[in-house]
Ligand binder design. Structure first.
Ligand code: ZN
Length: 567
């Protein structure tokens, strides 16, 4: 488990990361003096207004206003979460991530990863060479899988018998202990033996491509048909998705992701060129998994059997997805004809027909009302009331915004109730493709922007009077904190300074003020002077306030003395 990401860790991480490299991998950068330029990856343009500044370790788009540091870039472009972006950069920089808890808990997971990778290799090798491989090869051939797909997904074969892995990898007591921890050996009555026997093996990879567990499909009549690795320190079922890593390797920008039930479905679809299917691991998809999928593709389709169990599973998925539904990314539900699964259907109809089904799949709102109207007779007031109550309960779990308002309006339309007022919560901000206006700034905010533009400017004002810190203004606290950090960490980059506010109440303010366009009108050479001038002005304001307070105090004193005199 990854521990808390401290400021110190982020400082080091950003210091060891070169944003030119990070951005350069995705965007063709052209050197232009001390900067690098490119066409902006966040909005459509013909002339480059996207700039990467090595000295600041930031990127800025003077067109759409996109800006940030290396972490932001991965979050925005690769749709990673903050911890994932940090993990990615740390991995690249060769920095171990902080462990959860103050002291490292549990054993180092690295040997587990290594062991799981070795196991995956041995299973693959067994599929090619083991004397008992015929039954496995025969099965895969019957399923019509080509060598390419088998290799792409790293399928393997766990031979029959109790000690294939145990013999190969369990040389020492320590190794055998690890094999148990990794979920590769089972233990009963003090005896240890291979968990997976006589099965086709599907390695489950995390987003970095490391094998973290396995699914195994039985080759004889044994039970269970599918057996998964247990949860281990490196394998949490509600988090990983089978096939996600492979699909991301296949293409960077899939048109959508398709969530199916089984490993074989994922593989069969890939065989037919539908390389964007993934499967949850033997359980219903969790919110965490859905969130992850939404970061990886613009659309998500849930695929279910058309029978009653399939409908119930779909309803459960809908309820899990609602708190994440903003309407920005379509969520669809595909119900297969009875008796079919993706594997059988894609074989029967081929890719085009199957993709036509995907394009036609029910959009979330349609499925929601269809499902509930099957339970409530909206021809009667009682039915309409029941429907309204249920829908309102579901809407309450959704994020506020225009999508929720639209669903509420749709409910009103269907039940004939007066439409709710659309006031209150405004819709989501305009999509990134539009060009954001440059706000004008108060002097205080301009000072913060100047400091974010180049933290070394802190040195220009740090020795000047600090009376301004008494001013009663929310920006003052922010500027003061920022100056303190910038002076305490000389050499901190723009990237590192702004990073300090991630996850705080001021994050949005800081992010807005880090927009390079705010200071673009002030010539480079005049920016330090401008900061000094603002601080001096603020000091004068304080002096004036003090004088005014002093005059008031004296005036009150005088009034009080006069009152005393009258008594
Ligand atoms: Zn842009």
């Amino acid at each position: 488990m990854v521990g808390r990401i401290t400021h110190e860790f982020k400082d080091q991480l950003l210091a060891r990361t070169d944003i030119v490299e990070v951005v350069g991998l995705r965007v063709p950068l052209k050197k232009a003096g001390p900067l690098f330029k490119a066409c902006c990856p966040f909005h459509t343009e013909k002339t480059p207004s996207f700039v990467v500044t090595p000295a600041r370790q930031t990127y800025h788009c003077f067109g759409c206003g996109a800006h940030g540091n290396a972490i932001d870039f991965l979050i925005e472009l690769d749709r990673l979460s903050f911890p994932e972006a940090v993990e990615e950069l740390a991995h690249r920089a060769g920095m171990p991530l902080p462990e959860a808890g103050d002291a490292p808990r549990g054993p180092d997971p690295k040997p587990l990863y290594a062991l799981l990778e070795q196991a995956a290799g041995l299973y693959q090798q067994a599929l090619r060479e083991h004397p008992a491989r015929d039954v496995a090869v025969g099965y895969l051939k019957r399923r019509g899988l080509t060598g390419d797909v088998v290799q792409g997904y790293g399928l393997g074969f766990a031979p029959p018998g109790w000690s294939f892995l145990l013999d190969a990898l369990g040389k020492s007591a320590e190794q055998r202990e690890r094999l148990v921890t990794a979920g590769l050996l089972s233990e009963r009555d003090g005896r240890r033996y291979d968990r997976f026997r006589a099965r086709i093996m599907f390695p489950i990879r995390d987003r970095r491509g490391r094998a973290v567990g396995f699914g195994g499909r039985v080759l004889d009549d044994g039970e269970p048909k599918y057996l998964n690795s247990p949860e281990t320190p490196v394998f949490v079922k509600g988090r990983e998705l089978y096939g996600l890593y492979e699909s991301q390797q296949a293409r960077r920008n899939p048109p959508r992701l398709l969530l199916v039930e089984g490993y074989m479905d994922v593989i069969a679809l890939a065989q037919f060129g539908i390389d964007y299917a993934v499967a949850a691991l033997g359980t219903a998809a969790t919110a965490e998994q859905i969130k992850r999928l939404l970061r990886c593709a613009p659309e998500l389709v849930f695929c279910f059997d058309g029978d009653k169990a399939g409908r119930e599973a779909a309803w459960k998925a809908l309820k899990t997805a609602l708190p994440l539904a903003t309407g920005q990314q379509p969520l669809r539900f595909l119900f297969l004809p009875e008796g079919e699964d993706p594997d059988t259907l894609v074989r029967k109809e081929g890719r085009d027909a199957f993709e036509a089904r995907l394009a036609d799949a029910r959009i979330l709102s349609a499925f929601l009302f269809e499902h509930l109207e099957a339970r409530h007779d909206i021809a009667t007031p009682e039915g309409r009331a029941g429907l309204a109550d249920e829908v309102r309960g579901l809407l309450a779990t959704m994020p506020a915004g225009s999508y929720r308002e639209q669903l509420a309006a749709e409910l009103a339309r269907r039940t004939g109730a007066p439409s709710p007022r659309a006031g209150g919560s405004p819709g989501r901000p305009a999509p990134r493709s539009s060009v954001a206006p440059v706000p004008s700034l108060s002097p205080l905010r301009r000072a913060i922007a100047l400091l974010l533009d180049d933290p070394s400017r802190a040195a220009l004002v740090v020795d000047r009077p600090a009376d301004w810190r008494e001013l009663d203004n929310p920006g003052v606290r922010l500027l003061a904190e920022m100056l303190d950090i910038a002076s305490a960490y000389p050499g901190i980059t723009s990237a590192g300074l702004a990073e300090r506010w991630r996850g705080t109440d001021d994050e949005r303010t800081v992010r807005r003020l880090a927009d390079a366009r705010l200071v673009a009108l002030i010539p480079d050479t005049g920016r330090g002077e401008e900061l000094v001038a603002i601080v001096d002005r603020l000091n004068k304001d304080v002096a004036a306030q003090r004088r005014a307070a002093e005059i008031q105090r004296r005036w009150r004193e005088r009034a009080a003395t006069r009152d005393d005199g009258n008594h």
